[in-house]
Design a protein around this ligand. Structure first.
Ligand code: 15L
Length: 273
């Protein structure tokens, strides 16, 4: 893996939980890190450029991408929400992003997909990236759509993408489900680095997880990235197992997507009953 720094790397969603971490850890990978979000980004530090942007605004996204060599796309709605909200940031937003990438000659994208693209697989199943998606809501659907967009822009225009189906990327796992899919910030950063600098990735889908015990996901189709996790959720096992055991039919014990599988429906207030 030849690791030349990018001249200008764009990070969207830079004000979010994961984005705030990547704002620091991606810095060595570019001379200038352009940071974008709809939320406040504070003030620019050394080597940073702030570029607030609403992903549903096509012109604004085009401007945001202009001059960048690569994109780490963490932006958009990151939880289950009514379809109309998902539509703006995640469906239109990802289209705007890839169109801008095409127009401005960006050759590499990291797309923050999610485990919720496959959230309706059971926890008893082991899945790989070749198996059909099983979205657990509108949010999960938007991530499956984003992966489709990445595949299309590769086949049609040669833009390469690593779609990372991120598990639970928090400082620590919060429950038994997350023990299986926890993704430390250090491992997330390493997977992004591999996605940015490994040659010839086409459109690769990888499951974003640390080296956890009893994983539900098989990453052999992303082996060419050479990604190796350094962290594991095992160090949190004792504290997590002190939590009361949920009922066997609790969504967090049955489905890979956990509580996301039980969100909704979201009736509009003026819907006929
Ligand atoms: C996600 O995709 C969400 O963005 C994050 O907030 C978590 O809920 C995570 O999945 C998860 O499944 O734990």
């Amino acid at each position: 893996m030849v690791e030349n720094r990018f001249e200008r790397l764009l990070l969207t969603g830079a004000a979010g939980g994961v984005g705030r971490v990547l704002r620091e850890t991606l810095k060595p990978m570019a001379r200038v890190l352009r940071l974008s979000d709809v939320q406040s980004l504070g003030t620019a530090g050394e080597g940073e450029e702030l570029h607030p942007c609403d992903l549903s605004d096509r012109r604004a996204v085009d401007e945001m991408v202009r001059g960048c060599d690569a994109i780490v796309h963490m932006g958009g709605v990151s939880v289950e929400r009514p379809f109309e909200e998902i539509l703006e940031a995640n469906i239109k937003g990802v289209f705007h992003l890839y169109e801008a990438a095409r127009r401005h000659g960006v050759r590499r994208v990291i797309f923050a997909s999610s485990n919720h693209a496959v959230g309706f697989y059971r926890q008893s199943e082991t899945i790989d990236a070749a198996m059909p998606t099983r979205p657990d809501g509108y949010y999960g659907l938007s991530k499956a759509y984003g992966e489709g967009m990445a595949s299309f822009y590769h086949d049609r225009y040669g833009i390469e993408t690593l779609s990372i189906r991120i598990g639970s990327s928090f400082p620590e796992p919060r429950d038994r489900r997350m023990m299986h899919i926890w993704f430390s910030y250090r491992d997330l950063t390493e997977m992004i680095r591999r996605g940015l600098f490994t040659p010839g990735i086409g459109h690769t889908i990888a499951f974003g997880m640390s080296d956890n015990k009893d994983p539900w996901w098989d990453n052999r189709l992303a082996a060419h990235l050479g990604y190796k996790a350094r962290d594991t959720s095992e160090v949190f096992r004792e504290q997590i197992e002190r939590q009361p055991m949920p009922a066997a039919d609790d969504p967090t014990m049955v489905w890979q997507g956990g509580v996301f599988t039980a969100r909704g429906p979201f009736d509009p207030v003026d819907a006929p009953s």
